[in-house]
Ligand binder design. Structure first.
Ligand SMILES: [Zn+2]
Length: 433
């Protein structure tokens, strides 16, 4: 209320001025070049031309007394101002060394008594101390602009996502925010601790800025990531008109936050569950069974239950042919007794959720064709069926056609975006010269 009053008071002369100078198309306006009216300087909503403007900077160990006392503010007023500023809505308890502030005194006042003092709290917010009749303290905010932006980059050897982002955002806070947004969207798709040279990404996002200076990432609206030659798309979509259910979905409408597949084989029955103690049919003794057995016909495809890297595709007398997949630093899965591996499956290969990695068999210690599925969380073998995975927002079938229509132009835009190459330090030096 207070701020809008200020605006209306000080913008009034500006408004009249604008009317005259903007009517360039009006041919009756003559001698335009001979009239020179400097535009009013407006800062924090104040027309500075209407005041004596004193610019000062907070020195080491300053309190509000140091700030205001030289400008004729009584100690009684200063104490009140400090109390009001510490209030939760303003939230200014201490003034920070090196912060520039402005004191506004009346024109012609030789004593330079402060009418207002403006202290920037951060890049967006500022505190207005009004000492005219009494003490008023208000938190103001510069107009926040939100723009859509794009960025892209690549991962090179001995580098990571943060390095690649930092090259383009040039702001440590925004780089951190962006890395978190990207890692959040692709958390169940890509292991960001194992990015590879040649991995690439493209992002469409919103950027918050004040007075033309970007300071924060509003959020990602769509993204693409190429990891080890596999391409992943993510599009933000609201499932209801009130936009309370917003999620990220891939180019087929599948949710990005998808947990592990419930089973590594499609048609099967559980022949033996996870237990710390069971009677082993082959070894003929009591033994813990740290896996879940899915009985299925010989040759049934076995799928990786989530995206990850094959860390073993091997044979032991107990496991038979088995594949072990590391999904991230938390989860690893293993698939035993395969009759054979799927083409191309070997150590180091990246596999997607649902990709066939081998076929059901009975190699190793097995009585009949089944896959023994083992699940590690933080190095501990656990029952995957008892594990609680993050909840997700599933796409409703009836929404799929409109979703696919909605993402069509966005996907085309992402596809046409070139990937900004990683700039080596040498190349950066050349540009800096
Ligand atoms: Zn088993």
């Amino acid at each position: 209320m207070y701020k809008s009053l200020l605006y209306s008071l000080f913008f009034l002369p500006l408004f009249f001025f604008s009317c005259g100078s903007n009517s360039n198309s009006d041919e009756t306006l003559i001698e335009q070049d001979s009239i020179v009216i400097p535009p009013p300087v407006i800062e924090y909503g104040f027309t500075l031309d209407s005041f004596q403007v004193i610019r000062d900077t907070i020195q080491p160990n300053w309190t509000m007394s140091h700030m205001f006392a030289p400008y004729g503010v009584s100690q009684w007023y200063i104490n009140q101002a400090a109390d009001f500023a510490a209030d939760s809505t303003v939230g200014l308890k201490y003034v920070k060394e090196g912060t520039p502030f402005i004191v506004l005194a009346a024109l012609g006042d030789t004593a330079k008594k402060a009418q207002y003092c403006i202290y920037p709290k951060n890049i967006v917010e500022y505190v207005v101390f009004d000492f005219r009749d009494s003490v008023m303290v208000e938190l103001g905010s510069k107009p926040n602009e939100i723009h859509e932006q794009i960025l892209s980059g690549e991962i090179i050897k001995n580098s990571n996502l943060t390095f690649a982002l930092d090259q383009q955002l040039h702001d440590i806070n925004m780089t951190g925010e962006m890395a978190e947004y990207i890692a959040g969207v692709f958390a169940w798709t890509i292991d960001f601790f194992r990015l590879h040279p040649g991995d690439e990404f493209k992002v469409i996002y919103t950027e918050k800025s004040v007075e033309g200076t970007p300071y924060s990432v509003g959020g990602i609206t769509s993204a693409w990531f190429k990891h080890q030659g596999h391409e992943f798309y993510a599009f933000q979509y609201a499932l209801d008109s009130a936009r309370t259910q917003i999620g990220f979905f891939n180019e087929e409408g599948k949710e990005m936050r998808r947990p592990f597949l419930m089973a590594p084989v499609q048609y099967s029955r559980i022949s033996s569950g996870f237990t710390m103690r069971r009677f082993h049919p082959v070894q003929n003794r009591w033994k813990a069974h740290l896996g879940t057995d899915y009985a299925a016909p010989h040759g049934t495809p076995i799928m990786s239950t989530a995206n990850g890297t094959v860390i073993a595709a091997s044979y032991t007398s107990g496991n038979g042919n088995y594949v072990k997949v590391k999904h991230d630093d938390t989860y690893t899965t293993q698939y035993l007794h395969m009759s054979g591996f799927a083409p191309g499956i070997k150590q180091g290969v990246y596999v997607e959720q649902g990709q066939t990695i081998g076929y059901v068999g009975s190699t190793g210690l097995a009585t009949g064709p089944h896959v023994c599925y083992r699940f590690w969380k933080n190095g501990q073998q656990i029952d995957h069926r008892a594990e609680k995975f993050p909840t997700s927002v599933p796409m409703v079938d009836s929404l799929l056609p409109s979703y696919l229509e909605y993402i069509k132009p966005i996907k085309a835009r992402i596809d046409s975006m070139p990937v900004t190459p990683y700039m080596t330090e040498e190349a950066e030096d050349v540009i800096n010269i």
